[in-house]
Design a protein around this ligand. Sequence first.
Ligand SMILES: O=C(O)CCC(=O)C(=O)O
Ligand SMILES: [Fe+2]
Length: 338
Amino acid sequence: MSPSTTPPTVDIPIVDISSFISGSPLEARQRTARQLAESGSVNGYLGISGHGLSSQSLEEVFQVTKKLFDLPYEEKMKAPHPDSPVPHRGYSGTGREKVARKTALEASEAEQKDEYSKTTDFKESFDIGSGENAVQYNIWLPEDAFPGFRRITTRIFWELHETAQALLDALIMSLNLPQEEAESVRALHTGHENQLRLLHYPPVKDAGQEFSRLGSHTDWSLFTLLFQDTHGGLEFLDRKTNVFIPAVPRDGILYMNIGDMFQRISNGFYPSAFHRVVAHQGDAAARYSIPYFVAPEPDGIIQPQPSRVAADGEQHYDPVTFIDYSMKMLETINVYDG
Ligand SMILES: O=C(O)CCC(=O)C(=O)O
Ligand SMILES: [Fe+2]
């Protein structure tokens, strides 16, 4: 059955992770980890407060995002995403990606495959990563096309990395892994595979009906941190009711969703959250959002941790490497011009 549309507002649980940001005593961190497990294992999405990012930094990156997408198309195309899956960096114009093709690939029913493979994204994006990643290397605009763009986005990339490390530590603690397993999961993340994505959803012309801005999908990250402007439209699927719940923009709250990689590591304890972006009837305004995909090292083995498998009595996923998994996904969602 296809998921239905949104009910009146249902609150998404919020967990305060400040104990991991500030390195609080063990007891406080354990309390946070328990809250993550209790609330996050239900649907794989949560609101996060106490994330350590200043409102000033966030305001600045939203200003930069808006200014970037306000540039003429020819200027943005001075940093074009290449006509190949890698590097997944630089500017991609509206309609170029079809994220729901990932869902079509995974769907078991022909009808759903067909529906999802036809869904086109209505967004433009700019992807940025670590300067030390030689494979996924950055594609920058010339400095005179947008002075300061590189400096500001690089700074926010590493600020977000701090938050990602803290949240990863919290998620690892929440799984009660033996030390050796905890260390091996921790070692999968260096930050150099993370991806900062600036997104602009253009205004919708026909605001008379609900409109898909980004097709339903799960991310293939470990987990994703998501910041959005005040317009809303992001929705997460509640697995129990099969209904999409709006992730209402709230001051000081980022939304976190589990991705396919952490679902596998946790042997499904944390489900990869199914989500989408819609424009609701009457809400035709442009929307800006900023996901930060927290990703493992390319060659690291992503597998259900043995202690979780022993507790569950069954291993739900085969081992994969992030490079193999993500290449398949990138080839699936990108429609190349070349
Ligand atoms: O724009 C949003 O709020 C969500 C973006 C998203 O889900 C993605 O880029 O994977
Ligand atoms: Fe997503």
